[in-house]
Write a protein that binds this ligand. Structure first.
Ligand code: FES
Length: 115
C-alpha cells in the first residue's frame, strides 16, 4: 500500500489545534488528508486517536462512549481497545499515537483505516 492509498503520509505527525476543542470524556472527528480521524480526550486528560468510522457498519466512533481503555461504537456497541484496536467481535480499527504538546493535539498517522 502506498501513501496515496491511505490518503495521508504514514508516519507523519499532525498538529490539530487546541486540546480545548475536545471536552474531557468526549471525542471529535478531524480531517487529515483524505481520512477522518477520531480524537478522544479521556477523563484522565490523555488523548487517543483512531480511525473515525467503525469497520462494522460505519458508525461514527467520535460520538461513542469511552473509558480509559476503549471506545464503544454508538451504533451497535462494539468496544474497541485503545491499545490494539481490537473488539471482542473480531473487527479491528487503526489506532494512532496521540498526545498533547504545548496545549495542542498531536497525532501521528501510523496506519491506514480498516474498512
Ligand atoms: S457500526 Fe459500529 S458496532 Fe456496528
Amino acid at each position: 500500500m502506498t501513501d496515496k492509498d491511505v490518503g495521508h503520509d504514514v508516519g507523519t505527525v499532525y498538529r490539530l489545534g487546541a486540546v480545548e476543542q475536545i471536552p474531557a470524556g468526549e471525542g471529535r472527528a478531524f480531517i487529515i488528508g483524505a481520512e477522518q480521524v477520531a480524537v478522544f480526550r479521556l477523563r484522565d486528560g490523555t488523548l487517543r486517536a483512531t480511525q473515525a468510522r467503525c469497520p462494522h457498519a460505519g458508525g461514527p466512533l467520535a460520538d461513542g462512549q469511552m473509558d480509559l481503555t476503549a471506545i464503544v461504537c454508538p451504533l451497535h456497541a462494539r468496544a474497541f481497545s485503545f491499545t490494539d484496536g481490537r473488539c471482542p467481535e473480531g473487527e479491528v480499527i487503526a489506532v494512532h499515537p496521540a498526545h498533547e504538546e504545548d496545549g495542542e493535539i498531536v497525532v501521528e498517522m501510523i496506519a491506514a483505516p480498516v474498512r
